[in-house]
Design a protein around this ligand. Structure first.
Ligand code: ATP
Length: 815
């Protein structure tokens, strides 16, 4: 079957026509969502459509739209777009070749606007969404549509959907767009009745399109939707903000200046709060929690002058655009500037970040989130029925969720109402748990007063130690631990250079100011290595006793977990070890068992994805080339797999799956056929990601050589080894904020354990929608110590999604 040729269809079975649109303000990751929806829809046997310009496009429809014609048994390629599934090979799994490819309308860049003038509802094929995941904004356009707010406008939209035979809709937008979606769905029977009575649709059409299934995806940079921890685009916006504030920080410090940075967020302070935590800002203003005192000016000056008294040379205040005082009077950046200038005598500048926050390429997390949610949206829309409410796809900690769209929208609007009613406690309670945790962490790490101190008898000397390889966010964890300890009246004790350093007595107390700049730094300021305590347990116990360590906070990966286990097991022998021990997983490999997420892994996936973007681009500019990219990750394929998902790699090799000769043959065939399908004269780069320990025999070089040899005139191959670059330079905001949040929980846990006759030894773990402390024995029991990874790894099913999205698996006949 050649490209663009259509597939035979089961007689009497109409394919679902699934359309996707983006609406409201754009956000990075919307394109990745569209890509995932289109590809998943095609893989599921649907005909995929996009609606350009959001609701506006749906209301306008296509100028040349005629009455709907039922899909013929063999559907011709509509408007040049290909159909996708080759049933002959659909039963094959990996190594099969199921998608046919071709060029659709959306690829006609440059002439696009002209070609598409007057056409908003467009059939799309597999390759139309090629490369979408890496691009910011929304390539299918978005708009605000006044007409859709009116029932007549929504009726027109309904008519256009019926005319195009579309029976399922995935809408990616903010709460306004999703409210519109829910209205359309709720009014659907009414619209259909009216259209029938008016003669706009036939009885046949009425019977066929009695139901419309709609699913919402939340695309919004504000992260303001209730019921989901994260919206598509918020993380990228946070990256843009943190990049800017990090840059401002160095100049502020040079000149000893104050900067007031305004960030987006009319009703939601998520960006301001997370940016404040990630960048180590001194003060912030958000709508949900205005300063409690009417005289916010004095409260702010008290905090900031204490910071200056400690010796700080810079002052950073972050303010959400919707900030106000407790009486709802706006607090503007200039108000703050005037106070800082007049009352504290600080040389103060205002920076408004504005639309830079919306722009740029999506970061890895937004690509992954949008891809997972886009795929889930297709599953949700296909499994919906008239009696189920329209769902919105969300995420809780690390679990993709579905919940009724209207419930989520109503709860979101409740926040604005609570703020209006000055019920700030309620406004906060409606935000996700991360929000309150982070607010608490920010206050505790910026306030120098004594109000949070625990009673004298409960104060501890808390040892802070790093073990294993460095990972982005380790320093943010140390900074938080030090600040939080001081805030609660404990003494933070740095143990430099891991357990080897402890044996050498490389130990010192840390101060509030000393760690000020650490939050944004990569690597490990304390120093870290692979030495384990059982090399000299007696010496370790003696040193802990010598420095009067009451509890230990251990940051690191697999080694750190093993270290805690060794200390725990030696407790019967050494009294000094009978102290609470807590482990914060931090490793780029994300190979610690049970926890689904370790600090540092987000930074490394971002490095990988950025590198892959650049690598792909170089091929597109020159010739057809397959790049075999080698990643670190020890015995764990997490970075490779998630990196493949985020960068749209065609093939991924992990240590878990290994590599076989048969698989290599299949993969060569797959790439050959894929290049044969490409548009003549257009160079394409494709990616293969190989985890360094995927196979001893089939090394990155061997694979690259095989591909180069077999690709003949179709493609050549090059290898790229990313090596230690994956440990990252500047830690990602997500690694920093998670480090802060989890560290606070760890210190709280140490406080709870302090004084117990049988103090615990545990790791903090994110598991599905929960954060919990897992006893170290349970961690070890869940570990595959030979391969140094968890026995069960949550992300392994993603292999299937990687295969689906590169067109190797047909899901049409799968449940
Ligand atoms: P953002 O997060 O960027 O504000 P949003 O989706 O909330 O995104 P809005 O401007 O509120 O952005 O909504 C986008 C479009 O959705 C509107 O232009 C309108 O067409 C439609 N819409 C919004 N609210 C409603 C509503 N209550 N009823 C019907 N349609 C609506």
């Amino acid at each position: 079957q050649s490209p663009g040729e259509s597939q035979p269809q089961t007689p009497g079975k109409r394919r679902t026509r699934l359309a996707c649109l983006t609406s409201g303000g754009d956000s990075a990751g919307m394109n990745a969502a569209v890509r995932a929806v289109v590809k998943m829809a095609i893989a599921r046997g649907c005909e995929a459509y996009v609606v350009r310009e959001g609701w506006e496009g749906l209301v306008r429809g296509n100028q040349d739209a005629t009455a709907h014609v039922e899909t013929p048994a063999t559907s011709p390629p509509l408007a040049g777009a290909p159909t996708a599934i080759d049933p002959e090979t659909s039963k094959k799994k990996r190594g099969g070749f199921v998608a046919t490819y071709g060029e659709g309308e959306l690829l006609k860049e440059g002439e696009g606007e002209q070609t598409l003038r007057g056409r908003y509802i467009i059939r799309v094929g597999w390759d139309d969404v090629r490369g979408f995941a890496a691009i910011g904004g929304t390539l299918i356009g978005t708009a605000r549509c006044a007409a859709f707010r009116e029932i007549e406008g929504r009726r027109k939209a309904a008519l256009n959907l019926v005319r195009h035979g579309i029976d399922a809709l995935v809408v990616c937008g903010g709460d306004g767009s999703l409210t519109g979606a829910d209205k359309l769905r709720a009014e659907w029977p009414e619209h259909m009745q009216a259209l029938l009575e008016n003669g706009d649709i036939t009885q046949d059409q009425y019977d066929t399109y009695k139901h419309l299934n709609i699913v919402g995806l939340v695309g919004s940079i504000d992260n303001d939707m209730a019921g989901t921890d994260m919206t598509i685009g918020a993380t990228t916006a946070l990256h843009r903000i943190c990049d800017a504030v990090d840059s401002i920080s160095s100049t502020a410090s040079s000149h000893s200046r104050a900067f007031v940075v305004e960030v987006m967020g009319r009703h939601c302070g998520w960006l301001a709060l997370m940016a404040a935590i990630a960048t180590g800002a001194d003060y912030m203003f958000i709508p949900e929690r205005p300063p409690t005192a009417e005289d916010w000016q004095t409260s702010m000056c008290n905090v900031l002058s204490r910071h200056r008294d400690e010796g700080k040379r810079k002052t950073i205040v972050i303010v959400a655009e919707g900030a106000h005082d407790c009486n709802l009077n706006p607090i503007t950046p200039n108000d703050i500037k005037d106070v800082l200038t007049n009352r504290l005598g600080l040389d103060t500048r205002v920076t408004t970040l504005g639309h830079t926050q919306r722009g740029g390429n999506p970061v890895a997390y937004d690509r992954i989130l949008a891809t997972l949610q886009g795929a889930e949206a297709v599953e949700a829309v296909l499994s919906s029925n008239p009696s189920t409410p329209s769902p919105v796809i969300g995420i809780r900690e690390n679990k993709i969720t579905r919940r009724p769209l209207m419930e989520a929208v109503a709860q979101t609007q409740e926040v604005a109402k609570a703020i209006e009613a000055k019920d700030f406690t309620r406004a906060l309670s409606l935000r996700d748990p991360e929000f309150e945790d982070c607010l608490h962490a920010f206050r505790a790490t910026t306030r120098l007063n004594t109000e949070y101190r625990v009673p004298e008898s409960q104060r501890m000397r808390i040892g802070i130690i790093h073990t294993g390889a460095p990972a982005g966010g380790m320093n943010a964890a140390t900074r938080t631990a030090v600040r939080y300890c001081l805030c609660h009246g404990h003494t933070p004790v740095a143990i430099y250079n891991g357990f080897a350093g402890l044996l050498e007595g490389n130990v010192a107390e840390l101060t509030w100011l000393r760690v000020d700049q650490w939050g944004t730094r990569g690597g490990s300021e304390l120093g870290t290595n692979r030495a384990l305590p059982d090399s000299d347990m007696e010496g370790i116990a003696a040193k802990l006793a010598e420095y009067q360590i009451d509890s230990l906070f251990i940051v690191g990966g697999f080694e750190a977990m093993v270290a805690v286990n060794q200390l725990d097991k030696a407790r019967d022998r050494y009294k000094a070890l009978k102290i609470p021990l807590v482990h914060l997983p931090a490793t780029i490999s994300n190979n610690v068992p049970i926890t689904e997420w370790s600090i540092g892994s987000d930074t490394s996936i971002n490095v990988l994805v950025d590198a892959c973007d650049a690598i792909k681009q170089s091929a597109t500019a020159s010739r057809n080339r397959v790049f075999v990219v080698e990643t670190q990750g020890a015995g764990c394929g997490y970075i490779a797999m998630l990196g493949a998902l985020a960068s749209g790699a065609n093939i991924v090799y992990t240590p878990e799956n290994g590599i076989t000769l048969k698989q290599l043959v299949d993969d060569v065939e797959f790439l050959k056929r894929r290049y044969q399908q490409d548009v003549a004269g257009k160079s394409e780069g494709r990616l293969v990601i190989r985890s360094e320990k995927a196979s001893k025999t089939y090394t990155t070089e061997v694979i690259s050589n095989i591909l180069a040899e077999e690709g003949k005139d179709l493609f050549d191959s090059r290898l790229v080894s990313l090596g230690h670059t994956l440990q990252g330079g500047v830690p990602s905001p997500r690694d920093r904020t998670r480090a802060v949040r989890l560290t606070v929980k760890c210190i709280d846990w140490l406080e709870q354990q302090h004084g117990s006759k049988t103090p615990g030894a545990a790791s903090i773990a994110i598991q599905g929608a929960e954060i919990r402390f897992v006893p170290i024995a349970e961690m070890i029991a869940a570990a595959d110590t030979k391969h140094r990874r968890g026995k069960v790894q949550w992300w392994t099913p993603m292999q299937r999604l990687v295969d689906v999205l590169c067109g190797r698996i047909n899901l049409e006949n799968e449940p």
